[in-house]
Design a protein around this ligand. Structure first.
Ligand SMILES: *[C@@H]1O[C@H](CO)[C@@H](O)[C@H](O)[C@H]1NC(C)=O
Ligand SMILES: *[C@@H]1O[C@H](CO)[C@@H](O)[C@H](O)[C@H]1NC(C)=O
Length: 454
């Protein structure tokens, strides 16, 4: 995630959140299996399931059906303050396919973009579960994470994302007494943007200074954010892709207020590195590598392999390199090599790559400032939760991924051009109207020691 605010477009006019549990709709987690592999290369299937984030859920009064949150505003009588609201309100179960356009089948997950039921839903965000009350925590160091993806139905302005964040395995239920919903209802999200659009954080409603979004009819931001380190394995559409570590000076899920959240002009003053250190092949100088008909042909599915290399080839070593491979049509494709004037050649993310890139592109090095890969290494020691989402971008129209960005720099300046999408593309209202049937398919997730999964 690159942008500061309102990253996720979620809809559901009648839907709200709360920290108690509603019982109007049964919560049944769709099954999604993954494979765990051993160094010999043999893999076994592990049962699992997914859960949709609490932010997308209907939030209503406990025991009833009066909305606590409607559109992008809170009900003032049910939610006069954070504590009262958490006591009064419940998040309900989800109709995954009917309301949210989410289907899981065997080892395959499809997230659809716009789903029209009684309301219009835009995008979704789901987490992989170990069991019905617990997110699966991955220990990524000295391991390899692999999945197949179909981005052929994702155009400019869309982002089918697969990433890891430092959420609590139980969604914060044991740390925060007023969180009665826990992981079973998808609570406890955090990311490196210090998400302020989360309705309940640390078991409390984010109602203080809640400001409805001017462009998103279902979203707003409160005075509290939820921060944690984030390893973006995959942020992509059919035009561009990036993988990006983002680090924080706080460890584990940590709420923020004020400057610590790094909102707006305070972007580089917060506890997290909002820019991250991204490897986007197009931005790094190989414009023929990723896209329809290119070396990695996005008109058809392919496999994405990410390796987390440590300094002593052991899971307890320090993370020093994040490597990327692709597999398509049975052919292993090495990552593209950087080709930027004045910068050495790299094909992976290391601290050296990050420092050279920030220098070459004249970007603020907020990644190094907050500890670089060493900080990512510490975050990985805690275990990280797998997130899969599909979203459009009310803050920056996804231009940071697939077009020219920032918009106040000339496209000819090094590091500005990131893909072939027009600078006018990616406006959420346009994307939702013109490409409502967009979707991403993630499948065949495999996890194991480096070299074991492909
Ligand atoms: C780790 O493994 C790589 C690849 O097998 C090897 O090149 C490297 O020397 C090893 N490093 C250490 C510290 O053992
Ligand atoms: C790898 O490094 C870690 C941290 O320094 C250390 O605890 C561990 O024993 C090392 N493992 C090996 C196999 O050298």
């Amino acid at each position: 995630m690159f942008q500061a605010t309102a990253l996720f477009s979620f809809t559901l006019l009648a839907l709200t959140y709360a920290q108690q549990i509603g019982t109007n709709v049964a919560e049944n987690h769709p099954s999604l299996s993954i494979s765990t592999c051993t160094s010999g290369g043999s893999c076994t299937t592990a049962a699992g399931s997914i859960v949709i984030d609490a932010n997308w859920r209907w939030t209503h009064n406990v025991g009833g059906s009066t909305n606590c949150y409607t559109g992008n505003t809170w009900d003032e009588s049910l939610c006069p303050d954070p504590e009262t609201c958490a006591t009064n309100c419940a998040v309900d179960g989800a109709d995954y396919t009917g309301t949210y356009g989410i289907t899981a089948n065997g080892n395959s997950l499809t997230l659809k973009f716009v789903t029209q039921s009684q309301q219009k839903n835009v995008g979704s965000r789901v987490y992989l579960m170990e069991d019905d009350d617990t997110y699966r925590e991955f220990k990524l160091k000295n391991n390899e994470f692999t999945f197949d993806v179909d981005v052929s139905q994702l155009g400019c302005g869309l982002n089918g994302a697969l990433y890891f964040v430092n959420m609590d395995a139980d969604g914060g239920k044991s740390r925060f007494a007023t969180n009665g919903a826990g992981a079973r209802y998808g609570t406890g999200y955090c990311d490196s943007q210090c998400a302020q659009d989360i309705k309940f954080i640390d078991g409390l409603a984010n109602v203080i200074d809640w400001t409805p979004s001017t462009s998103d009819p279902n979203s707003g931001t409160g005075s509290v954010g939820s921060c944690c380190a984030e390893m973006d394995i995959w942020e992509a559409n059919s035009v561009s892709a990036a993988f990006t570590p983002h680090v924080c000076t706080v460890s584990g899920q940590t709420s923020c207020t004020g400057t610590d959240c790094g909102a707006g002009d305070e972007r580089y003053d917060g506890v997290c590195d909002k820019d991250g250190c991204d490897f986007n092949s197009f931005r790094m100088g190989d414009t023929s590598f990723f896209g329809a008909g290119k070396t990695v042909d996005t008109s058809r599915p392919f496999t994405v392999v990410t390796q987390f290399v440590t300094n002593n080839n052991s899971t307890s070593g320090a993370l020093v390199e994040i490597r990327r491979l692709y597999v398509q049509n049975g052919q292993v494709i090495q990552n593209s090599k950087t080709s930027i004037a004045g910068m050495d050649t790299f094909d992976s993310v290391t601290d050296e790559f990050c420092n050279a890139q920030k220098e070459a592109f004249d970007d603020v090095n907020s990644f190094e400032d907050r500890g670089g890969l060493g900080a990512m290494s510490d975050a990985m020691d805690d275990g990280m939760v797998l997130v899969m989402s599909l979203w459009d971008d009310h803050a920056a129209n996804m231009l940071w991924l697939d077009s020219d960005y920032p918009t106040d720099r000339p496209a000819s300046q090094a590091g500005v051009s990131r893909g072939t999408c027009a600078p006018s593309s990616g406006v959420p209202a346009d994307v939702e109207n013109q490409a409502p049937n967009s979707q991403v398919v993630f499948s065949n997730i495999k996890f194991g020691p480096i070299g074991s999964t492909f």
